[in-house]
Design a protein around this ligand. Structure first.
Ligand code: SF4
Length: 405
């Protein structure tokens, strides 16, 4: 895989060593079992795959290149570069300004832009509406496109589904930058498009499909999430499902199965091929690998797990959901969240930050760690050191254990 120029302050010697060890031991990345370091006081369990993915490294490389190549110029990101607070804050400190927030609300009016300014399209891509609004200003701006190729692959899949005259169902969160970008590209293909978030919504659509009608609630349920003129009785007859690259794999599969089975009931097995496009999910490799790696944690039965990443990061949130089915899970952004008696963490369900006591642990606990695709390894390392301290191990001792690899 291509390597990128990522600033060394995002790297961690310890984690680089571990990843190099993995690479040598398993060049084709087939192994999913976690790495277990048995120290004197606890077992440190590290998910096999975690941290910066291809698209994030590419985006960081491009953003820092833009800064290097245009000193003194105004540099604007269309929205957050990636969903990681440290990386976004580093870019802000270096003078990069954000035109929109993650929901697409303007932070700086586009009219502020001038010719010769620099624009960076983030890893999620940008919606065509935003790009056309910038083009309409007719300015000579320098543009750096950090759109992840795995996101572009989803756009290509949408185009193919439109060519084969399928309605496109996008499994994603509508206010996520990537889903808005995908939606805008699907809509211009002149095919009906609908964004759905949950299996419950898929079950509702299944009823519409089976009865060839909706109960009048469709437009309220999906306000703002369908293409103009979408008509359930006409547009739910021939369907293909794609997804935001960072969704929960099992959920996308569940949604596709619900829709497929409804179409089968309506049209019969013989005709199913005409009505349902058998597409593999459009999750990216990093989402798949990271989710499979945390599923493997179940076999180790950890006593607690730390999931590190931005609280608005979709891929990290799904790792949290999987881990929660395994053991007490703490979603944290950085090492300061670890306190002597408490853990400062994000509750995904209540959508708030809470302080929890450390859970009751056995005498020799197994403490697991993973992180989202936008979390720097340096942050991961800091968390491992801070947690190790809680178990009376200092950074040197932990490093010695890693050096024995
Ligand atoms: S998580 Fe996947 S789609 Fe998103 S930036 Fe990383 S590789 Fe690209």
């Amino acid at each position: 895989m291509k390597s990128f120029n990522v600033p060394s302050f995002y790297r961690s010697p310890l984690i680089s060593k571990l990843k190099l060890h993995y690479k040598t031991q398993d060049p084709h990345r087939k192994i999913k079992q976690p790495f277990i370091l048995n120290t004197e006081t606890c077992a440190i369990v590290i998910a096999r795959h975690f941290g910066f993915c291809y698209g994030v490294e590419n985006a960081i490389d491009i953003a820092f290149k833009a800064l290097h190549e245009h000193p003194g110029k105004s540099i604007y990101l269309l929205s957050e570069m990636i969903h990681n607070p440290q990386v976004n804050s580093d870019l802000r400190q270096r003078g990069v300004q954000f035109l929109n927030d993650t929901q697409g609300n303007p932070l700086i009016p586009l009219q502020t832009l001038k010719s010769d300014d620099v624009i960076i399209i983030p890893a999620f891509g940008a919606s065509l509406e935003v790009l056309s609004a910038i083009n309409a200003l007719q300015l000579q701006v320098h543009t750096y496109d950090a759109t992840c190729p795995f996101v572009e692959r989803v756009w290509n899949r949408a185009e193919k589904l439109a060519t084969s005259q399928h309605t496109i169902l996008i499994h994603g969160t509508f206010n996520h930058e990537e889903t808005r970008a995908t939606f805008s590209r699907a809509v211009i293909q002149n095919t009906p498009v609908l964004v759905i978030r949950t299996p419950e919504e898929a079950a509702y659509l299944a009823e519409c499909i089976k009865h060839n009608a909706d109960d009048g609630e469709f437009k309220t349920r999906f306000t703002g999430r369908y293409s103009p003129g979408f008509e359930p009785s006409r547009d739910l007859t021939r369907i293909g499902v794609i997804n935001q690259t960072t969704m929960l794999a099992s959920e996308t599969q569940h949604i596709a199965d619900i829709i497929k089975s409804a179409l089968e009931i309506r049209y019969g097995s013989e005709a199913l091929k005409l009505h349902f496009a058998e597409t593999r999910d459009t999750l990216c490799y990093a989402t798949n690998e990271n989710q499979e790696a945390v599923l493997e944690l179940r076999n180790v039965c950890p006593d607690m797990v730390f999931v590190i990443g931005g609280y608005n990061s979709s891929n990290t949130s799904h790792l949290v959901e999987i881990c929660e089915s395994v053991c007490p899970t703490f979603f944290i952004e950085h090492s300061d969240c670890i306190q002597k008696t408490q853990i400062h963490h994000y509750n995904l369900h209540k959508k708030n930050i809470e302080n929890s006591m450390w859970p009751h642990l056995p005498q020799y606990p197994k403490i697991a760690f993973t992180s989202g695709a936008s979390c720097p390894d340096a942050v991961f390392e800091d968390v491992v050191f801070k947690v190790a301290q809680h178990f009376n191990l200092n950074a040197n001792q932990v490093t010695t254990y890693f050096n024995a690899l």
